[in-house]
Ligand binder design. Structure first.
Ligand code: ATP
Ligand code: MG
Length: 464
């Protein structure tokens, strides 16, 4: 792919001239913008390898443009152009992070040479970033766990503590709360970190195959067993096996796993001998295993063998204060992965994120952010870009999340949602002015404040 160059200048003739001469000589594709503002617009939607910008322009000048580029696209190389006699501006631009500057009028060959150098630098930066991602970035991005809330701090402490010994771990939490990430963190922080980490997503493996997958088989053990096969437990020898979503496995496999936990050995299908395995088991579930035990769908003795070291991941609604951090982290991660310029989240959308009921927890938040990155035409992602209008989002809060709750808990949750939705709406209308909102609600100011305190609604969030 040829490199892409963005040229920004307020003189249309200059833009035409540069495009015509540079495209063949630099073997690149040139886009042009006649102002700083339209350059930003292009940068938000397309990725470029180099920006060549004039300093003096009406409206947003080159220096202001440079500042925004440095903030939002820190890896992008910028070369400035300035008329002869404005050397002070050029120096200022270099200080602000421009890679080079070229004074007008310029020799065509000199310009080509300097831009070639800038493109080469950009290529090296990109190559370096790619290699870094390959070495550790990819690994790191899925292993980095974000959370400053007290609930998550407790989780991190537990993970550290649990990782240090070799006992069985059971990770519980609603779907999308980070169970997978946590299992990998336990492995990475343990003395088994250099050993294998083998993940088995139990519900996706058909029941009749799960046993032979886990324990392996001997040739001739069943009709299609034409040769010996090693099971996943043996593959995980010296490391960790992650039995993801263990809640649905059949009683017969529960019994076999119980044996592994007790004896630390496995028996491949059709084999008379057992094999010793040195594997740490980490299991996860989003189900209430105690309820399953009561319904006799889960073996109690197996549960107690699994639940030696429990780690519970709180749902996102119990760590609302982490939402801005998480959103920012996920935004950064996916802009990078999707090769998009760094975007931001509007204050209104972030407000909704913090009020919303997240049935699918962080995974759902992540999906919304990816949608926002792909669909927002601007640099800032707005509620409409993810298909939400503030009102609809608040209404959605009322509809979800009450399934499967006892009356008291459902009522309390609904009250929570009602108060966030209703008071949120009124405060939006009055831009966070509590006195005016109280008057509209027909309440005393103190009464409204008391309700807001009880449900954790902050007026500042609604001030513009
Ligand atoms: N604390 C966190 N910090 C950063 N990213 C997180 C955090 N927790 C979860 N994620 C991200 O959210 C997504 C869902 O996490 P994960 O797959 O670990 O959850 P899960 O509980 O296993 O979900 P499921 O029930 O759907 O299997 C992943 O992309 C993960 O990287
Ligand atoms: Mg999972």
């Amino acid at each position: 792919m040829p490199p892409t160059l963005l040229i920004v200048d307020d003189e249309p003739d200059m833009l035409q001239l540069l495009k015509r001469s540079l495209e063949p000589d630099l073997h690149c594709e040139v886009c042009t913008a006649d102002s700083g503002e339209s350059a930003l617009h292009l940068l938000a939607n397309t990725s470029f390898d180099l920006v060549l910008a004039d300093i003096k322009m009406p409206g947003m000048d080159g220096l202001a443009l440079l500042e925004v580029i440095r903030r939002n696209h820190p890896g992008l190389t910028v070369v400035m152009m300035t008329a002869y006699g404005h050397i002070d501006l050029a120096v200022e631009a270099m200080r602000a992070g421009a890679y080079d500057f070229i004074t007008k009028p310029f020799e065509h060959d000199t310009l080509v040479l300097r831009l070639e150098k800038a493109l080469e630098r950009q290529r090296l930066i990109q190559e370096n970033q790619r290699l870094q991602r390959q070495c550790n970035g990819g690994e790191e991005s899925f292993q980095r766990m974000i959370g400053k809330s007290p609930a998550m701090q407790r989780v991190f402490e537990t993970v550290q503590m649990v990782a240090k010994n070799d006992l069985t771990v059971l990770i519980t939490g609603e779907s999308g709360t980070g169970k997978d990430l946590t299992a990998r963190a336990v492995h990475r922080l343990s003395h088994r970190q250099k050993g294998p980490f083998v993940a088995v997503n139990c519900p996706t493996v058909p029941e009749n195959i799960l046993e032979s997958e886990l324990f392996g088989y001997k040739k001739g053990a069943f009709t299609h067993a034409t040769q010996n096969r090693t099971g996943l437990f043996q593959e995980a020898h010296g490391g960790t096996i992650f039995l993801d979503e263990i809640g649905d496995i059949s009683p017969s496999i529960q019994t076999k796993l119980l044996r592994v936990l007790q004896e630390k050995e496995i028996k491949p299908l059709g084999d008379v001998h057992s094999i010793q395995v040195d594997v740490r088991i980490v299991a996860s579930t989003n189900q209430d295993l105690k309820a399953k035990i009561r319904r006799q769908e889960f073996r109690e003795d197996f549960f107690y063998r699994l639940n030696v070291l429990p780690i519970h991941l709180p749902p996102l609604r119990e760590r609302v204060q982490d939402i801005p951090l998480l959103a920012d982290h996920l935004l950064e991660k996916h802009c990078r992965e999707l090769n998009k310029p760094r975007k931001s989240i509007s204050a209104e959308l972030m407000g909704i994120f913090q009020e919303r009921y997240w049935e699918g927890n962080i995974r759902e938040l992540e999906n919304v952010i990816v949608q926002g990155i792909l669909f927002s035409p601007e640099e800032t992602i707005q509620p409409r870009d993810v298909g939400w209008h503030a009102e609809q989002a608040r209404a959605a809060i009322l509809e979800t999340g009450l399934k499967g709750l006892a009356y008291k808990a459902a009522k309390e949750k609904n009250l929570q949602h009602f108060n966030h939705a209703y008071i949120g709406h009124v405060l939006t209308q009055y831009q966070g002015n509590v006195s005016q909102a109280a008057r509209f609600c027909g309440l005393e100011r103190q009464a409204l404040q008391q309700i807001m305190r009880r449900y954790g609604i902050r007026a500042e969030k609604f001030r513009t």
